[in-house]
Write a protein that binds this ligand. Structure first.
Ligand code: SF4
Length: 155
């Protein structure tokens, strides 16, 4: 994903919240949580990185870095990336907007994706997630990112 694509992807994620405090549904956040963090049955994503600046994690594959707006938080009080209704995953994992089912090869190799696709729904529902509201500051960031994406696209 190049710089423009990253900007557009992040802008779409932020825009997806609209201006009415939209959030991903609880089941979707639980599935995203399993894709990123794993649990006692599923290993964590190899791209999940511990933040050096916050008490949380971020995605090392999306290219957006370790910032206040890129933290992946399952159960925090602050609205995070995992709460966005539209959110892309570089690995196209379950729960994300760009999800693509596991290939036959991935299924035969019992990849993380294929394990998550058939994961026990009752255990999935036991994953504890929060449901925080976004702040005005996040909307201001969205405006800035949208302008950057527009200016890059017009060149
Ligand atoms: S690659 Fe996808 S599943 Fe892995 S940490 Fe990033 S967003 Fe989460």
């Amino acid at each position: 994903m190049n710089f423009i694509e990253k900007c557009v992807s992040l802008a779409m994620s932020l825009a997806s919240r609209g201006f009415t405090n939209k959030k991903v549904e609880t089941a979707g956040k639980q599935l995203r949580g399993l894709s990123c963090f794993g649990n006692e049955d599923i290993a964590p994503c190899p791209h999940l990185l511990k933040s050096k600046n916050f008490d949380s994690h971020y995605c090392g594959a999306c290219g957006c870095g370790d910032t206040p707006f890129t933290q992946l938080t399952l159960n925090g009080s602050v609205y995070s990336k995992l709460d966005y209704p539209h959110l892309a995953c570089p690995l196209e994992m379950p729960g994300f907007s760009n999800y693509v089912p596991a290939s036959p090869k991935e299924v035969s190799e019992r990849s993380r994706k294929s394990q998550i696709e058939v994961y026990d729904i009752l255990k999935l529902q036991n994953i504890s997630v929060s449901n925080p509201d976004p702040s005005d500051v996040e909307y201001q960031v969205f405006d800035k990112i949208s302008k950057i994406a527009q200016s890059k696209n017009s060149k």
